[in-house]
Design a protein around this ligand. Structure first.
Ligand code: GDP
Ligand code: MN
Length: 391
């Protein structure tokens, strides 16, 4: 689960990392009010930033500076009217603009290859790190965290020196170790600061000081660990998920969309994999992996059917149920209910064996469903129906 910059910054602040203050605004008027506060508090300018779950907002015109409340209101209106990489901007972050001396990249990443958390840094921050990695891999410094001890201060010092942050050693070490702490505390896959910046600050007495600040934050949370962190679910953004994925999650279904034409509704992950294999062997292409899980009742089956039919490429459906905890007659009732609500007529082949298969067969026969005895037969019929639809 990806979370917005403002929420990611809250998680950094909770670990004591240096982040400039901010406010979130949903309208130009709210942005103006926030800008008035920051400008009145001594900021020379404010920064207004689109809150969308994609990178490269700066290049897309989603990050702008403003020197007055009027200007902040105007640039907020411009940014709120944008669509960045297909996502409409619904809110902006407003904060005091930093006077940037130099930008760095620093991130804690779950590295699946080495099975560790690694800290990655680069003195070439601000730009897209993928481009740096591709063109000048030597400009990226990687230091693994210890699986148990975490990212100890000596590793933070190594990182700081290799990035040329010797003059900000203490702060850099606190930030590097803090990123790994943020990662573990929230079960994140990625905690990325780009840019981590040396910023110039002028105190009231006119003295100039330079310090490190996290100006941008991107955090990806491990979906499978979310239930360990009840508070984090509230940070889910509606744009984070494709509507089909959300519907599946809410219905408690495991659903993965694929490129083929045959919708598959199956109970059990192993049986779903087998069903997909058999569809392929019969010459077809599955449109999805869908596991309705054990003990699914009629409403869940109906939800699964809606998901399958929402994919316009689906021109045939194969239902394969092995009743154990799941009762065949419940599934049959769900299918009948789903067909009554369905807006698009697609040929369907149903195979139900196991618990209450006989009751299911009666229901399906009465409702004039097309059934199959064996899985091979069911797959062959579904593929034939799909090919018939294409021809
Ligand atoms: P991204 O493009 O989505 O990664 O958004 P960022 O928050 O990283 O902003 C992009 C760029 O805008 C940064 O690399 C900075 O160069 C610039 N920027 C962001 N915040 C500030 C700020 O407070 N002051 C100044 N002067 N520039 C900023
Ligand atoms: Mn950035």
């Amino acid at each position: 689960m990806k979370i917005q910059e403002a929420d990611a910054k809250s998680l950094l602040v909770a670990q004591g990392l240096p982040v400039p203050p901010w406010a979130v605004a949903h309208t130009p008027a709210e942005a103006r009010a926030a800008a008035e506060r920051f400008l009145g508090g001594g900021a020379g300018k404010v920064v207004v930033k689109a809150q969308v779950l994609v990178g490269g907002r700066g290049k897309a015109g989603g990050v702008k500076l403003a020197g007055s409340p009027d200007e902040a209101e105007r640039v907020a209106a411009e940014i709120l009217a944008l669509e960045i990489k297909g996502i409409p901007v619904r809110k902006v972050l407003v904060g005091p603009a930093a006077d940037i001396v130099k930008e760095f990249y620093l991130a804690a990443v779950l590295d699946r290859a080495s099975k560790r958390v690694i800290v990655m840094g680069s003195a070439e921050g601000g730009v897209e790190i993928e481009a740096v990695a591709a063109e000048r891999p030597e400009a990226i410094v990687t230091i693994p965290a210890h699986p148990i001890a975490g990212f100890l201060p000596y590793k933070g010092r190594q990182m700081a020196f290799r990035l040329g942050l010797g003059a900000h050693l203490k702060e850099a070490v606190a930030i590097a170790t803090g990123l790994v702490r943020t990662m573990t505390a929230n079960d994140a896959d990625l905690v990325e600061i780009n840019p981590l910046a040396i910023v110039r600050e002028i105190a009231e007495d006119g003295t100039v000081a330079e310090r490190l600040q996290c100006l941008d934050a991107k955090i990806t949370l491990d979906d499978s660990a979310l239930e360990r962190h009840p508070g984090l679910e509230a940070l889910r953004d509606p744009d984070d998920e494709d509507p089909a994925d959300r519907a599946a999650r809410e219905a408690g279904l495991t659903f993965i969309k694929l490129d083929g034409t045959i919708g598959c509704m199956v109970n059990g992950a192993g049986l779903a994999m087998t069903t997909m294999d058999l569809v392929k062997r019969a010459g077809g292409e599955p449109a999805n992996f869908l596991d309705i899980g054990g003990g699914a009742r009629a409403d869940k089956v109906a939800a699964a059917m809606r998901l399958i039919l929402a994919d316009p490429k689906v021109d045939a459906i194969l239902v394969n149920i092995f009743g154990g905890i799941t009762r065949g007659d419940e599934v049959a009732r769900g299918l009948i209910e789903a067909r009554e609500q369905q807006e698009r007529d697609v040929p369907m082949v149903v195979r139900i064996v196991g618990t209450n298969a006989a009751e299911a067969a009666v229901l399906l026969r009465e409702a004039q469903f097309h059934t199959a005895e064996t899985l091979d037969d069911a797959a062959a019929q579904a593929v034939a129906a799909s090919k018939g639809a294409v021809a």
